[in-house]
Design a protein around this ligand. Structure first.
Ligand code: MG
Length: 283
């Protein structure tokens, strides 16, 4: 596949991300797809969807897990509702993740992305061990489908994430690096973090943010268009080049309430990334 294909985070129903028509209009050729709702994950829909993507000339690089009841309203609510960490929904979500993996296989997709949530910090606690075991089981299911699991960065320090990956001990476990999340969640400098986890990075989000002026880790930072925040877009891509990352550059801009502005800003991000590609890769 071509080096650094530009992508965008998309959905085909009311999930996160832009609609396919927007992807087509902007001339973008790859997407990370937020999983469709359960009712839509049928073999018939997979076939119809594949046909539509092929007509538009779009390839899916990753299917992202998403579950009923998840909310990113505040950092505290995120911790209580997102991913595989909340105990009350853990096993049901694991079962659903298997189904999403099977659906992604019907779409010929070989990577599954996931926010796993705020991993418990005590590595000796039963809660931590249960999350590790859950991700092992997920990786094992994905392996049968020829898929890798890409953990989204943001909710953990990269050192905690690396310790977790070590504890899971599965060869198909990698990272989807979102530099803006480190700023939004108040974790720290994304460029240093990217260098630390470089060998695990198999997907990225081109997203930008400004740190909170309130309490880091308690109050959200603010998401802004790529290239206008504190990520430093050029240094981010330069660092991706240095760590040998060749995969897709997937733009993420989550302002579904303003679709026109969302489309414009994604278009601007495409231009910026194209210019930086030329500059950094000499192409
Ligand atoms: Mg992201």
């Amino acid at each position: 596949m071509e080096h650094w294909l530009i992508g965008v985070f998309a959905s085909i129903d009311a999930g996160l991300g832009v609609k396919l028509e927007v992807v087509r209009d902007l001339g973008i050729k790859t997407i990370q797809l937020h999983t469709p709702h359960k009712k839509k994950r049928t073999p018939e829909n997979a076939a119809a969807f594949k046909k539509q993507l092929s007509d538009y000339g779009i390839t899916i690089t990753t299917v992202f897990l998403g579950f009923e009841g998840e909310s990113y309203e505040t950092i505290e609510i995120t911790a209580k509702t997102v991913g595989f960490v909340p105990p009350s929904t853990r096993s049901a979500r694991l079962t659903e993740a298997f189904e999403i993996s099977d659906f992604a296989k019907l779409l010929d997709v070989t990577a599954i992305g996931s926010h796993i949530g705020f991993i418990p910090h005590d590595r000796n606690s039963s809660d931590y061990k249960e999350v590790v075991e859950t991700i092992r089981r997920l990786c094992d299911h994905l392996l049968k489908n020829g898929q890798t699991l890409h953990l989204e960065t943001g909710q953990e320090s990269v050192d905690s994430l690396l310790a977790f990956i070590n504890d899971v001990q599965r060869d198909n476990l990698f990272i989807n690096f979102d530099p803006a999340n480190l700023i939004l969640y108040g974790i720290g400098n994304p460029i240093g973090a990217l260098k630390t986890v470089g060998r695990y990075v198999r997907g990225v989000h081109c997203k930008d943010a400004l740190a909170t002026t309130g309490k880091p880790g308690v109050d959200w930072g603010r998401e802004v268009p790529f290239g206008t925040g504190q990520v430093n877009a050029e240094l981010f891509l330069q660092t991706l080049h240095e760590i040998g990352y060749h995969g897709a550059l997937t733009i993420e801009r989550e302002i579904p309430e303003e679709p026109q502005r969302q489309k414009e800003e994604i278009g601007q991000a495409v231009q910026l990334i194209s210019q930086l590609k030329t500059k950094i890769l000499n192409i």
